[in-house]
Design a protein around this ligand. Structure first.
Ligand code: VAH
Length: 315
């Protein structure tokens, strides 16, 4: 990877990935793009362009302007937003992806886009979900992710585009809060714990979902993109996870640092329905075997770092 274009670069993953990639490849070798500019390091530490990924001509012009040889396509809406606006989500998530894949084909770029545990549905085996299994999601986001996996694989098999992807679990970070996700509670709880020592959770007690701390997610993207293609039996997309927990478990970990922390519940039926359709835990063996996937952060280590970082950020 030497000239990287990131779409959706000011979102939860992109905003931290851009900074990390610039530290590795050089600021001028990573152009960040998003639908609007916000004051953040990802927009100000190197070249930035306002870009609507549903405008294929603009995306092509930007890729040519920066001589992109790698496209990291992050622009999409997440599960809860997609479920509330399914037609908008299809047009953005699939229209943007199609444009990005076409440009990767046209300009011979390596290509990454994330999938999600949302690509699985209620008929998928829920525990230790295999890499290769039934995928019949019941959400627009899940339909987008399965279609996206198939489309990215198609561009690999049909046109030889070097496409690679990861099925991410819920991602937790203290830099850019997520928006419109189902797993966002696992981020909000830390912010609220530091600010108010209490949190009202919209996901029901006992709801297990896979999660990962952002530093592990960023490393996974870079390690996958740098992996020897000859070792890859899969492309789009690899199961990756670091942990699986339910709200009470993250609260118990928080109480080790904030003993008076209180967790309440006010379940959001829409996001609960999405969460209930997803696995309890997934199996990441294929990622480990094919390109050495590992993680550094478990729930205890992540909680310690999140609370420390947020105490500084919110002071
Ligand atoms: C969401 N954070 O909640 C995203 C992610 C696995 C969850 O895809 O929609």
């Amino acid at each position: 990877m030497k000239n990287i274009l990131i779409t959706g670069a000011l979102g939860q993953i992109g905003s931290e990935l851009a900074v990390k990639l610039r530290s590795i490849y050089g600021a001028d070798h990573v152009v960040t793009t998003d639908i609007r500019k916000t004051d953040c390091e990802a927009a100000e530490s190197g070249p930035f362009e306002i870009l609507d990924v549903t405008n294929g001509k603009a995306l092509l012009a930007t890729a040519k302007k920066y001589r992109a040889d790698t496209i990291i396509h992050m622009a999409a809406v997440l599960s809860a937003t997609a479920e509330a606006n399914p037609v908008f989500a299809w047009n953005l998530n699939m229209g943007g992806l199609m444009n990005a894949l076409e440009i990767a084909r046209d300009l011979n770029c390596q290509f990454f886009t994330p999938s999600s545990i949302g690509a699985f549905g209620p008929t998928t085996p829920k525990d230790n979900t295999p890499q290769d299994t039934l995928q019949r999601p019941t959400t627009m986001y899940g339909v987008n992710k399965v279609a996206g996996e198939l489309l990215a694989d198609y561009y690999f098999y049909k046109f030889g585009v070097d496409t690679r992807g990861l099925r991410f679990p819920g991602l937790i970070s203290y830099v850019t809060p997520p928006g419109g996700g189902t797993t966002d509670y696992a981020v909000e709880i830390y912010y609220e714990a530091v600010k108010h020592k209490r949190y009202t959770c919209y996901i029901a007690q006992g709801t297990y979902m896979d999660m990962m701390y952002m530093p592990d997610a960023l490393n996974a993207i870079i390690e996958l993109m740098e992996a020897d293609p000859a070792r890859l039996k899969h492309r789009n997309s690899f199961n990756v996870t670091a942990m699986s927990f339910e709200p009470e478990e993250i609260a118990a970990e928080i109480r080790k640092a904030i003993p008076e922390f209180k967790l309440h519940y006010q379940v959001d039926p829409d996001r609960q329905r999405i969460a209930d359709s997803w696995p309890n835990s997934i199996d990441a063996t294929a990622a480990t075997e094919e390109w050495g996937f590992t993680t550094e952060f478990d729930l205890a280590k992540m909680t310690e770092d999140m609370l420390q970082q947020l105490a500084v950020k919110q002071s």
